[in-house]
Every structure is written in structure tokens, then in C-alpha cells.
Design a protein around this ligand. Structure first.
Ligand SMILES: Nc1ncnc2c1ncn2[C@@H]1O[C@H](COP(=O)(O)OP(=O)(O)OP(=O)(O)O)[C@@H](O)[C@H]1O
Ligand SMILES: [Mg+2]
Ligand SMILES: [Zn+2]
Length: 240
């Protein structure tokens, strides 16, 4: 009977056994196993499909883009090159579509593929929804099950911080996550649309969205990288 399983290329070196015998008769892991482990780590990281092709190499500031984009890319490259030497993560802040999530996911992917890092991507709104779903009686998970991988990840990308309407509950979840990572000295890369400095136009600031206790910890955990510029999505759509 024909199988519905997708054809997987069998490694020509080990014929799919995953191990090889050296000339001295020692059994060693085949190099395809390292690639397989990297694939497993990438799958576990849950980087959204949309950001699958984002690399630091293909983040190209548009002609005339503010210098902050070039600086942000260099800062991202430095973070990757220094791994595991960095003691602080990064906080990418800026308006919509300037490439904050692109850079953050590119760092995560690069470290997972090349440095064996166990990292996770977490969209903050999505996390809250998944925690809320555990409140239903029919859901076997509890909030701790949902949060644990993000608390423990060697590197966490926390995307869209402050995007959700704040409530005491939202602040508690965020504080619990950030404070645990702070105490465990885990590296975190954060993105947010909210400026760290009050704007003269009176728009909401990051501290207004996440509260002083979380902002204080992030000061110590992350270097601030501010991006400016046009919305790349609108540029791609020919609207800017
Ligand atoms: N300089 C760039 N070079 C190549 N692609 C870019 C660049 N900037 C943004 N993009 C692409 O534009 C799209 C939007 O970028 P991204 O999602 O990273 O923006 P963002 O700053 O996170 O926006 P938001 O605040 O809305 O979340 C993505 O597909 C990203 O790959
Ligand atoms: Mg984003
Ligand atoms: Zn092999």
C-alpha cells in the first residue's frame, strides 16, 4: 500500500542510521544528526511562518532610511557574534513596520542554527490568549504549563510588548515572566511599538504600558535599540 508520509531524503552517509563507524571501529554520530537537532530546535522555537525567511543578511535599510536601522542591524549582528558572551538582551523599540520582529527573529534563528541555542519566540498577546484558554474547565493545561517554556528558554524573543490593553492580570503575567527571567539571568529580546521616552505629542510610553517594575528590570536586562523610519509593509505595497 502506498504511504502518505512525505518522502524524506535518506542521508547518503549513514543511510538513515544516524551513526557511522570510523576507520578505527568507533561509532560516532553522523553529521546529519546535528542538522536534525537544529531543525528540532527551530521547530520548538515557534518562530511564526511569516518570519521564516528573515535573516540579518536580508534586513536591508531602504535608500534614505534613518541611520538607526543600520545601527540596529549592526547591534543585532554584534549580539550574535558575541554569543554566549552578552550579558544583556536587546529591546527593539520603534513604529510599525521598521523591522523589529524581523531583526529579533533573525537573531533567534541564527543562534538556534549555528550555536545550538534553545530559544523561543513568544507573541505576548498570543501568550495571554493561551493562558486565558486554560481557565476553561475543558482545557487540561494550566497557566504554568503555558508559561514554563518561556520562563526557562535560554533565549526568549518577547514580541509586541504592550500591545494588549493593560489590566492588573496582564501586568501580573508580564511581571511573573520578566521577573523570573531576570532572577535566572536569562537573555531576552523584546520588541515594542511604544517609545521609551515621553513624546511631545503625549502618546503612551512603554513604561505606561508595562509599569515601572517591569521597565526597571528591562533596563538592566536589555540594551535599548531604537528604530525609526517608514513602514516597510507600506513600501512593499507601493503605498509609501
Ligand atoms: N529593512 C528591511 N529589510 C528587509 N525586510 C524588512 C525590513 N524592514 C522590514 N522588513 C520586512 O517588513 C515586514 C514588516 O517587518 P516587521 O514585522 O519586522 O516590522 P515591526 O517593526 O515588527 O512592525 P510591528 O510594530 O507592526 O510589529 C516583514 O516582512 C519584514 O521582513
Ligand atoms: Mg513586530
Ligand atoms: Zn547521516
Amino acid at each position: 500500500m502506498a504511504s502518505n508520509a512525505p518522502d524524506r531524503e535518506v542521508c547518503a552517509l549513514c543511510m538513515g542510521f544516524g551513526v557511522l563507524e570510523t576507520a578505527q571501529g568507533r561509532i560516532v554520530a553522523c553529521r546529519c544528526q546535528a542538522a536534525k537537532r537544529a531543525e528540532d530546535r527551530l521547530r520548538a522555537a515557534q518562530i511564526p511562518e511569516r518570519y521564516r525567511n528573515c535573516r540579518l543578511e536580508n534586513y536591508k535599510p531602504l535608500p534614505g532610511a534613518p541611520q538607526s536601522q543600520t545601527v540596529a542591524r549592526l547591534r543585532a549582528l554584534k549580539f550574535v557574534e558575541e554569543w554566549p558572551g552578552s550579558s544583556r538582551g536587546l529591546l527593539f523599540v520603534g513604529p510599525v513596520g521598521v523591522g523589529k520582529t524581523h531583526l529579533a527573529t533573525a537573531i533567534l534563528r541564527s543562534l538556534i542554527e549555528d550555536c545550538g541555542v534553545r530559544g523561543m519566540f513568544c507573541d505576548f498577546s498570543d501568550l495571554l490568549e493561551r493562558i486565558q484558554a486554560t481557565f476553561s474547565r475543558t482545557n487540561p493545561d494550566n497557566a504554568d504549563d503555558v508559561l514554563a517554556p518561556y520562563r526557562d528558554a535560554e533565549l526568549l524573543v518577547l514580541d509586541e510588548l504592550g500591545a494588549r490593553r493593560q489590566s492588573d492580570w496582564v501586568r501580573d503575567v508580564l511581571y511573573g515572566l520578566i521577573n523570573t527571567r531576570y532572577n535566572r539571568q536569562r537573555l531576552t529580546i523584546v520588541t515594542s511599538n511604544f517609545s521609551d521616552v515621553p513624546a511631545p505629542t503625549g502618546e503612551e510610553t512603554l513604561v505606561g504600558k508595562i509599569g515601572v517594575t517591569v521597565r526597571s528590570r528591562l533596563h538592566e536586562m536589555c540594551d535599548l535599540v531604537t528604530l525609526e523610519g517608514r513602514d516597510y509593509r507600506a513600501v512593499l505595497a507601493g503605498k509609501a
